[in-house]
Design a protein around this ligand. Sequence first.
Ligand code: MG
Length: 360
Amino acid sequence: MRRRDLLAMPLVAGSASAAAGPIAVDPKSVRLKLKHTWTTTMSSSDYRDTLHLTLHRGGVSAFGEGAPIVRYEETAAEGVEWLKSLTPELEKADWRQFSKLLGQIFERHPKHWAAKSALANALMDWNTKNFGVPVYQYFGLDPKDAPLTTFSIGIDTPEVTRQKTKEADAYPVLKVKVGLDTDEATIEAVRSVTRKPLRVDANEGWKDKDEVVRKINWLEKQGVEFIEQPMPAHMLEDMNYIRKRVHMPIIADEACLHPQDIPKLANYFDGVNIKLDKCGGILEAYRMIQIAKSLGLKTMLGCMISSSAAVTAAAQLSPMVDYADLDGNLLISNDPFQGVTVVKGKLVLPSGPGLGLRKI
Ligand code: MG
C-alpha cells in the first residue's frame, strides 16, 4: 500500500460507517427481582426497577443501565420518559462526539442522573465497540488492578443476618448495612458466623455526634475497616468532631454526588464513594476519581441494586480505586446480562470490546 493510501484510511476500524445505517434509541424499564428483601435506612423492597437503554447505529448495538435512587426522587418510569423526549436529538447527534454531546445534555437538564448514566454508559459502550477495545483499555487501565468487591448484607433479623453471612462465604470482605436501632445485634450476628474484615454503611442513619463516636469506637473493636456516611449528608461540621475521636476512615456516600462536591468533602471525610447513578455515568465517575485522588482522598466505587449492565460499567473503572462495592447484580435473581464476574472476591473484567456485556 502506498503511503498516501495509508494516510487516507480511517484511523479506527469501522469509523467510516460508525455514523451511518439504521439508528435506534430504545429506553425501557426493567424489573429486577431481589434474592432477599433488601432493607437499609432508606427503604425495604423485594424488587427494583432500573432503566435500560439500547443504542444501535452503524451495525453496532450498545447498552447502558441506570438505577434511579429513591433518595433523589428519581424513578425508572420518569427516566425512560426523559430519554424518550431526547430521542429525536440523539438520533441526529454524532455519537462519536460523546463527551461534547453529554456535556450539552447535562448542562440543559439538571435532573435524571440515573437516566444520564444509562445514556453515558451506552455511548461509551458504542464508541469503544467501534474502537474495538474494552472500556478499561480506552482509559489506559490494567484489569489486573481491579480490587476485591465487598458483598453487602442488608438490615435484617439476627437469624436472617446469620444466614446471609453464611451464604456470602465466597466473598472475603463484607459490607454490613446498619443505621437503625439494631446495629449491635446485626454486627454480633455477622461476627457469630465469620471473622473476615467488615466495612459498615450507616446510610445517614445516626443523628447524634456523641452516639456516632460511641458506635464507631465499638466498631473499631469488631474488625471493621471503615464506616460509610454515618450521619445525614448535610451534617458536615459534626464530622470533624467525630474524626478527632475515632480512628477508622470515614467515607462520604450520600454527601458525594458530583465532581464539584469533592473539594469541600476533603475537609470532612477520608474518602468518597462514587456511583455512576449519582453522577451521571462513566465519564463523570472517571473525573470524580481523578479529583478525589488529587485531593488525597481514598476512592471507592459503589453501585445501586442493578443488573450486570450497570455494575460492569462501574467495574471498568475499578482498577483506579482503593475500594469497590460492586455487588448490585449479585443480589438479584433475574440478571438479563453477563459481564463482570467475581472470583474469590476479586472483580474480573470481561475482555471483550466496549463494556463487554452479553445478553443472557
Ligand atoms: Mg453507602
